[in-house]
Design a protein around this ligand. Sequence first.
Ligand SMILES: NC(=O)c1ccc[n+]([C@@H]2O[C@H](COP(=O)([O-])OP(=O)(O)OC[C@H]3O[C@@H](n4cnc5c(N)ncnc54)[C@H](OP(=O)(O)O)[C@@H]3O)[C@@H](O)[C@H]2O)c1
Length: 251
Amino acid sequence: MSALAGKRALVCGASGGIGRATALAFAEAGAQVIGLARSADKLETLRAAGIEPLVADLQDRAGLAAALEPWLDQPIHILVNNTGGPKGGRLLDTDASDFLAPFERHVLAAHQLVRALVPGMQAAGYGRILNVVSTSVYEPIPNLGVSNTIRAAVAGWAKSLSRELPPGVTINNVLPGFTDTPRLEALGAARAGRDGSSLDEVQAAWMKDVPEGRLVRPEETAAMLLFLASPAAAMVRGQSIAVDGGRLRSI
Ligand SMILES: NC(=O)c1ccc[n+]([C@@H]2O[C@H](COP(=O)([O-])OP(=O)(O)OC[C@H]3O[C@@H](n4cnc5c(N)ncnc54)[C@H](OP(=O)(O)O)[C@@H]3O)[C@@H](O)[C@H]2O)c1
């Protein structure tokens, strides 16, 4: 499939989980892919698929600008904003300062990247900005208070941008449900530790609320991102689309 032939894509959080699967899917679809993350060694493993590494920390705005600079000589048509999720916990146990780092990497880094890349997208007449967020945009998730707060901010930012971006440059959110990645394993292990249960028991409890009855594979989330990145999705704009096996109850 060559749905992204001739396109350049910057995929953030490409060293693992959903970002890695997305970088691979985009490369398979013919895009020239730049994979961004902090772990140089994990990014190197993507070179075999033609994915070029960009080592940067989304919590370091000056470092991000410097690392991105050499890649801006040609338009980057597709931007996937994706990074590590905030730590779990009750809001009443959360210090105000604990919001700063996740706000920096989820909202401010995404905003910085959009402002750097949109001129090139506009000049090329083609732009796709995709944000990997969470189903908590629609239904806040217990014990993920910081995440619920930050995801709502991302959704409001993206919807606002969807009214400002020029024709041909769209923005959309993909909302993963329980997806089989290192992030979910860490959340499951923390929950098991708190409850005195096993990881299998935690996952079985989660699956009771998922009509499809299994974890989402990262490749399935990447498939939605691939569609939204493609020319076929030209009229999909400002939407938040869940890939969650039916877990969301709201319409
Ligand atoms: N998995 C799920 O069930 C699920 C459900 C709902 C929402 N989500 C959300 O979807 C997003 C992706 O999830 P995932 O499960 O794929 O996460 P993951 O397995 O933890 O992967 C996160 C990726 O982001 C990169 N990253 C983290 N902090 C970074 C930073 N400061 N600068 C640059 N890169 C950074 C990591 O690479 P380095 O460590 O190499 O930098 C890694 O490549 C997260 O926001 C997550 O909360 C996931």
